[in-house]
Design a protein around this ligand. Structure first.
Ligand SMILES: [Zn+2]
Length: 302
């Protein structure tokens, strides 16, 4: 199945229940039909909520996500308890997957900040182990995808007191290639779809390397807030979309300088005219503001 059509045979059907098959994982039956159509033709879109504030348990997040009418729950930054792979044994994973299935919602995972591009070989080794562990967790949960930042070059202090990014002084091309190779292996071994989420450095080289040499199980998540601070939302959307592997979007707003994670409309992010990927996740750090962002987005773009 191609990455740009994760809905398989369900696309275009008008039934109340839809079966979504992702990345070779077991199918999930979504209870709600979200295919609301506006005047502009949009692809089928499932709407997810990223862990917006502190939650005490997996159950709490799943139940509340369903109650608030979302299609899937994105567990954000797995290194924050209770989402660490070490804290979810086989039984806990089976339970969470069953619970999501009973609720009729999907699960996606946002990786912890493992850094596959680090200059420090020890940090890279940890990132390799950790990315495999988190992919296994995604597989066990039947996740729609695992999204990751992959790595950001370090910020360095210069002799004159100034600051610079490490990729201004060191050659990161071999690290980019090694990261893509490693993630391709992990994705293929676990059968999990792994998405690269744009941050602030080396976005172009990572997109290019994944598109050219990555496993078909590697794809892209466009974070529109991050893009608004760097490449530009429209420009990066075009680049990711051209690869045929744009699978998901993180939705939040800012004014172009800081990663504020504001509700959509509170900053300068403009989505007009963009073709949407199949998964759109609201990353606003407040339950009510996240719901308001989703509703405003649906009204305007779906
Ligand atoms: Zn994001």
């Amino acid at each position: 199945m191609s990455l740009d059509n994760p809905f398989g045979g369900a696309r275009g059907t008008g039934g109340k229940e839809r079966r979504c098959v992702a990345g070779g994982n077991a199918g999930i039956t979504f209870k709600r039909d979200v295919r609301v159509r506006g005047p502009v033709a949009a692809p089928d879109v499932l709407l997810g909520l990223s862990t917006p504030t502190f939650v005490r348990s997996v159950d709490e997040f799943l139940v509340r996500t369903e109650l608030d009418g979302w299609d899937f729950a994105e567990f954000n930054h797995l290194d924050i308890p209770p989402f660490c792979p070490e804290l979810l044994d086989k039984e806990a994973r089976r339970r969470a997957r069953a619970m999501a299935g009973d609720l009729g919602i999907g699960i996606s995972l946002h990786a912890g900040d493992w850094d596959l591009l680090s200059l420090d070989p020890g940090v890279r080794r940890y990132a390799e182990v950790r990315s495999l562990m988190e992919s296994e967790l995604a597989r066990d949960l039947g996740a729609l995808y695992l999204v990751a930042h992959i790595g950001i070059p370090q910020r360095m202090m210069l002799h004159d007191g100034g600051r610079a990014w490490a990729d201004q002084f060191f050659d990161y091309a071999p690290r980019v290639e090694a990261a893509v190779e490693h993630l391709s292996r992990v994705a293929d071994e676990t059968g999990v779809r792994i998405l690269y989420e744009n941050t602030y450095r080396l976005v172009g080289p990572l997109v290019e390397a994944i598109a050219a040499r990555g496993s078909p199980r590697l794809g892209f998540l466009l974070d529109v807030g991050h893009a608004n601070m760097g490449e530009g939302v429209r420009e990066l959307h075009r680049a990711m979309r051209a690869t045929g592997r744009l699978v998901a979007m993180h939705l939040h707003d800012n004014h172009g300088a800081r990663d504020e994670h504001l509700p959509l409309g509170a900053g300068t992010v403009d989505l007009d005219g963009l073709e949407l990927p199949p998964y759109v996740v609201v990353e606003v750090r407040d339950w009510q503001k996240a719901v308001a962002t989703r509703d405003g987005f649906s009204k305007r773009y779906l």
